[in-house]
Design a protein around this ligand. Structure first.
Ligand SMILES: N[C@@H](CCC(=O)N[C@@H](CS)C(=O)NCC(=O)O)C(=O)O
Length: 206
């Protein structure tokens, strides 16, 4: 039985949660992190020494790092669709997963934390403005890439859409003025039309 630890408002947890829902696998999810605690207990630290969420456990096999977990789960679908079997399409999906965690989410992070998790009187306005500018630069790259492509790695939904989609959902729901990005908006609407996407990509973001 698959067991996932993590609170549902974390995008890293959302990726794993979304993948589990896409695959229709039976699983148990335990709220952990921030107000739910658990991550600092010795039992949790034995599984995940980082004290972060998500963590996945399956019959004694423990995995952390959200993108690695998503790929592990997607590999269970043996038809090579969600984590593509074609090496080039797989590399493309993997590349966008890496871009999400090394470029896009670091760009949006200060704006998210400043505007959503920090009281107005304590906000660093300059850091938020810089974060919005960096996020726009990332959004421009993603929007251009999605021009003429249905999903990030081509015609089919893959793990790349899960990672980038969770991050894009957060960006699109930040209370900031954004440039129009028609390709991102069309793709995001398609992600939300998927039952698993609609279940996991909740609003408001918190
Ligand atoms: N690279 C890790 C990052 C994990 C991470 O930073 N998790 C955050 C939530 S998104 C966390 O655990 N924050 C502390 C907490 O929730 O207590 C991954 O992708 O899984």
């Amino acid at each position: 039985m698959l067991k996932l630890w993590g609170r549902t408002n974390s995008i890293n947890v959302q990726k794993v949660h979304w993948c589990l829902e896409e695959l229709g696998l039976p699983y148990e999810r335990v709220d952990a992190g921030r107000q739910f605690g658990i991550v600092d207990t010795p039992e949790y630290r034995r599984m995940n020494p980082n004290g972060l969420v998500p963590t996945l456990e399956e019959d004694g096999f423990v995995l952390w790092e959200s993108n690695a977990i998503v790929r592990y789960l997607a590999a269970k679908r043996a038809d090579g669709s969600l984590w593509p079997s074609d090496p080039r399409i797989r590399a493309d999906a993997d590349r966008w997963m890496d871009w999400q965690c090394t470029t896009f989410t670091p760009a949006t992070g200060p704006a998210f934390h400043g505007l959503i998790r920090t009281p107005p009187e304590s906000r660093d306005k300059a850091a938020i403005a810089q974060s919005v500018a960096k996020s726009e630069a990332s959004a421009a790259i993603l929007d251009a890439h999605l021009s003429g492509r249905r999903f990030v790695a081509g015609d089919a939904f893959t793990v790349g859409d899960i990672a980038v989609g969770a991050a894009a959902h957060r960006w699109l729901n930040l209370p900031v003025a954004r440039e129009k990005r028609p390709n991102i908006e069309r793709w995001h609407a398609e992600l939300l039309a998927r039952p698993a996407g609609a279940k996991v990509l909740v609003t408001p973001i918190t």
